[in-house]
Design a protein around this ligand. Structure first.
Ligand code: B12
Length: 373
C-alpha cells in the first residue's frame, strides 16, 4: 500500500477507504442500524477525503498539512455531533492498515504523519473569529459582514464607498474588509452558524464590491511599469478571490496583469504565458490536494525551453500552513498574502536581473531558481 503519487493512487485511496470503512462498521455494528447504507457510503467518502490529505502530506513530506487538516476536521465534525474519539478511531484503523500492508520508502513517513494526526485530535480545534474591533478597520469589517449577513448588499457597497472616499487604501480595504470577512464567512460556515447559501451570497457581494472598487481606482492615474504577471488557479481549484486580489494589487503598482481565475487548463496557461511574455506566473491553490498538480505544472513549465525562465510565485492556504512548502515544489517564491506577494515578486525580479548581469556573455541557463533565498 502506497500513498505516493502515481496512476494507481486514486484506486489505492478508494480501496483503502472501503477497507477502513468496512472495518469501522465491523467494530461498531450499531452504525449500520443507525445510519444504513447511505451512512456507510458517506463515511467511505469522508475517509477517502482524509486519505487524499494524507497522501498529499506524505508526497510533499509536510506533516503540518495533515495535522492542520485534522484540526479543521475536528472543528467541522463537532457540528455534526462527532467527537475526537470518532476521528481517532478512524485514523487508528487507517494506521493499522498502513502498518499491516506492503512497505515502501514512504511507509515510515505515512505512519509518522498519521501518528501526528492522531495526537492532534486531543488538542483544542476552535478557531477564534477573524474579525475584532482592535484590528485595522476592525469595526468596519464587523459592520461590513453584518451587512452581508443581513442581505444588505447596498449597505455593504455604501460602507466600501465611504472607506474609499475617506482615503483608505484599496489594499487595506482588500486585506482588512474583504479578506478578513471572507475568512470569517468560512469559519461561520465550518461551525454551522451560516449556510452554504449565506456563504455564496457573501462571496458574490464581495466579488461585486471588488469590481465596483476596480472601476474607481483603475481610472486614477494608472502607470505601467512594463512588467507582466499571469495568474491562475491550478487543477480543480475553485477558490480564486485571493489570487484576484493579488493580481489587482500588482496592477495597482503598474504591472500588466492577466488573471485567468479558477481551474485553469495547463495548455491554455502555457499559451498565455508565451503570448503575454510573462515575467512572473502566480499560481494559487487553496485545497491541499491540488498541491501535487501545481508541482507537476511547475515541472512541465521548467521542462519546456519556451517557459523555462519564467519566474514562478506560489501561494494559498497550504503554503500558509507550511511556509517552506514552496521550496519543495520547485517555485521561485512564495508570500502569505497579496501585499507580501508584491515584495516577493520584486525580490525575484531583482534576483533575475542580477543573475543576468552576472551571466552576461554566457549561455542563458538560469531560470531564476534561488530556492530558500
Ligand atoms: C468562498 C469560499 C468558497 C467558494 C469559492 C468561490 C470563489 N469564487 O473563489 C466555493 C463555494 C467555490 C468554495 C468551495 C469549496 N470550499 Co471553500 N471557502 C471559501 C471561503 C469562505 C473564502 C475564500 C476566500 O475568498 N478567501 C479570501 C482570500 C482573499 O483569501 P486567500 O484565498 O487566503 O488568499 C490570500 C492568501 O492566501 C494569498 N494567496 C492566495 N493565492 C495566492 C497565490 C500566490 C502566488 C501568492 C503569493 C499568494 C496567494 O494571498 C491572498 C490575498 O491576500 C474559504 C474560507 C477561507 N478561510 O479562505 C473557504 C474554504 C477555503 N473552503 C473550504 C472547503 C472545505 C471548500 C469545499 C471542499 C467545500 C465543499 N464541501 O464542496 C469546496 C472545494 C472547492 C474546490 N475544489 O476548490 C475550506 C477549506 C478547509 C481545508 N482544510 O482545506 C475553507 C477554509 C472553509 C472552512 N473554514 O472550512 N469555497
Amino acid at each position: 500500500m502506497t500513498l505516493q503519487e502515481g496512476k494507481t493512487l486514486p484506486a489505492e485511496i478508494e480501496g483503502l477507504a472501503l477497507a477502513v470503512t468496512e472495518e469501522h462498521y465491523r467494530v461498531q455494528p450499531d452504525l449500520m442500524e443507525r445510519y444504513g447504507q447511505a451512512g456507510f457510503n458517506k463515511s467511505k467518502r469522508d475517509t477517502a477525503y482524509t486519505l487524499h490529505y494524507l497522501a498529499e502530506s506524505v508526497q510533499m513530506d509536510s506533516p503540518s498539512l495533515f495535522v492542520h487538516y485534522i484540526g479543521w476536521l475536528k472543528q467541522l465534525l463537532a457540528g455534526y455531533g462527532l467527537t475526537e474519539a470518532d476521528i481517532r478511531l478512524k485514523l487508528e484503523l487507517i494506521l493499522g492498515r498502513v502498518e499491516a500492508g506492503e512497505r515502501d520508502e514512504s511507509t515510515d513517513r505515512t505512519i509518522r504523519i498519521l501518528e501526528m494526526g492522531i495526537a492532534r485530535t486531543a488538542e483544542p480545534a476552535e478557531v477564534p473569529s477573524f474579525l475584532a474591533e482592535d484590528r485595522p478597520l476592525g469595526r468596519e469589517s464587523v459592520e461590513y459582514l453584518d451587512a452581508l449577513l443581513s442581505g444588505d448588499r447596498a449597505g455593504a457597497y455604501a460602507l466600501v464607498d465611504l472607506l474609499f472616499e475617506r482615503g483608505e487604501s484599496v489594499r487595506d480595504i482588500y486585506a482588512y474588509i474583504f479578506q478578513a470577512s471572507q475568512y470569517e464567512v468560512g469559519r461561520l460556515w465550518q461551525t454551522q452558524q451560516i449556510s452554504v447559501a449565506d456563504e455564496h451570497y457573501c462571496t458574490a457581494v464581495t466579488q461585486s464590491a471588488m469590481s465596483r472598487l476596480y472601476t474607481a481606482w483603475i481610472g486614477s492615474g494608472h502607470k505601467s511599469n512594463s512588467k507582466v504577471l499571469v495568474s491562475a488557479c491550478v487543477g480543480g481549484e475553485m477558490h480564486e478571490i485571493g489570487l484576484r486580489m493579488l493580481t489587482d494589487v500588482f496592477e495597482m503598482e503598474g504591472w500588466d496583469t492577466h488573471y485567468l481565475g479558477a481551474s485553469v487548463d495547463e495548455d491554455e496557461l502555457m499559451n498565455l504565458i508565451l503570448r503575454r511574455r510573462a515575467d512572473i506566473v502566480a499560481l494559487s491553490a487553496t485545497m491541499t490536494f491540488h498541491v501535487h498538480l501545481m508541482k507537476k505544472l511547475i515541472v512541465n513549465l521548467r521542462a519546456d525551453e519556451r517557459s523555462a525562465n519564467v519566474l514562478i510565485l506560489v501561494g494559498g492556504l497550504p503554503f500558509n500552513v507550511d511556509p517552506s512548502l514552496w521550496t519543495r515544489i520547485g517555485a521561485d517564491g512564495y508570500a502569505p498574502d497579496a501585499g507580501g506577494a508584491l515584495l516577493e515578486a520584486e525580490r525575484m525580479m531583482r534576483g533575475r536581473a542580477s543573475r543576468r548581469r552576472r551571466d552576461e556573455g554566457q549561455p542563458a541557463v538560469e531560470g531564476g531558481h534561488e530556492l530558500g533565498s
